[in-house]
Design a protein. Structure first.
Lengths: 197, 165
């Protein structure tokens, strides 16, 4: 049988120490900064390239209907919206000021962040998906005047099929997994928050 | 070396061991504890300019460490306690001695406490003054004293029952 004082002595006599040195932390600081900048740079380059390509197509190719230009504008808008949101969320979670809050407030912030991500991956994604579908339909009007009808029908069936697979298989699975993960996190955060109350 | 870097090194040397203990008590796993400790000090460095002398440096670092441990849930799937305990025991089998076994048992007992209890008790074991623990955990000092009394009793009971087994 040990009393708390003996347990405390045991704790203070432990030799276990971190195996991370000050230099390791400095090295990681430098590499993290460049990794973060690199990741953001590549994402920006990809989105920038997609936007410029869409604009270039809109300017150089002489489309016969205004609906195609509108479809391109929707596509650019969707890409910018998606990238903007990802960037915003990324900056929000890596902003460290929340870490200086009291644990209850920090847990509250994490919970709100998870809920926001949940909304983004479910409701907002459906709006995003609908906008892309509208852009394809608008582009289809132009194709109607160019392509033979059977090719157009074939392409449309393929696009519809692809959308259905994305919506009912990939996205359903993604949302289900994401929701399970988020619910588990929220449960954990709630449980811990109650411990601090 | 710049002044900021010197200050950071001093903070690291003074606090790293205790922060590591806090992270180890929370995760029960040496690798995760090292990762969380690194993450804590990276955040300390990134926020060094935001430190206002309202609290002691150690209190401020502990708060960052506590929140870093809490957000560990966001990225890691929590493992069942049994698995955690196996890891703790495994980590200590490399250097078997009676004392090491007792320390392993102590960590195992800490892992059986609630998350906030683990955070509070590791600070108590490291003899952090109560007002500082209250400041870190955001719990009033009166309430904290009651909690600490309860946690000490609970930990002692768990430890002794584990020792009997």
């Amino acid at each position: 049988m040990k009393g708390f004082d003996e347990i405390q002595q045991l704790w203070q006599g432990q030799k276990r120490e971190p195996n991370v040195s000050f230099d390791t932390i400095l090295k990681r600081l430098k590499s993290e900064r460049s990794a973060l900048l690199g990741r953001l740079l590549w994402q920006s380059v990809a989105v920038g390239a997609a936007t410029i390509t869409a604009l270039w197509i809109g300017i150089t190719v002489n489309f016969s209907t205004w609906t195609t230009y509108f479809a391109l504008a929707i596509m650019v808008g969707c890409i910018a919206y998606y990238f903007g949101n990802q960037l915003n969320d990324y900056r929000d979670i890596s902003r460290n000021s929340h870490l200086l809050s009291k644990p209850q407030e920090y847990i509250h912030y994490l919970r709100r962040f998870q809920e926001k991500r949940n909304r983004f991956n479910t409701r907002n994604y459906q709006v995003y998906e609908a906008c892309i579908a509208v852009a394809f339909i608008l582009y289809g009007i132009e194709m109607y005047f160019i392509l033979p009808i059977w090719s157009l029908i074939g392409i449309f069936i393929f696009v519809i099929f692809w959308f259905l697979i994305c919506h009912f298989v990939f996205m359903k699975q993604f949302i289900k997994n994401e929701n399970l993960r988020i619910e588990e996190m929220i449960d954990n955060l709630e449980r811990i928050k109650n411990q601090f109350d | 070396m710049s002044n900021q870097q010197q200050l950071f090194q001093q903070l690291f040397e003074e606090n790293s061991k205790r922060v590591y203990h806090l992270c180890y008590g929370y995760t029960g796993d040496s690798d995760s504890a090292n990762d969380l400790m690194q993450e804590t000090f990276i955040k300390v460095w990134q926020n060094l300019d935001k430190f206002r002398n309202e609290a002691q440096f150690s209190t401020w670092i502990y708060r960052i460490a506590t929140n870093t441990c809490l957000s560990y849930l966001r990225t890691a799937k929590r493992r069942p306690t049994d698995e955690l305990n196996d890891t703790i025991i495994e980590n200590y089998t490399e250097e078997p001695s009676e004392k090491q076994e007792q320390i392993a048992l102590l960590y195992k007992s800490i892992s059986q406490l609630d998350e906030n209890e683990r955070i509070i008790i590791t600070m108590v074991l490291d003899e952090i003054p109560y007002p500082e623990i209250a400041e870190v955990s955001g719990i009033s000092e009166g309430n904290l004293r009651v909690k600490i009394h309860r946690i000490k009793h609970k930990l002692t009971e768990i430890y002794n029952s584990n020792e009997r087994l």
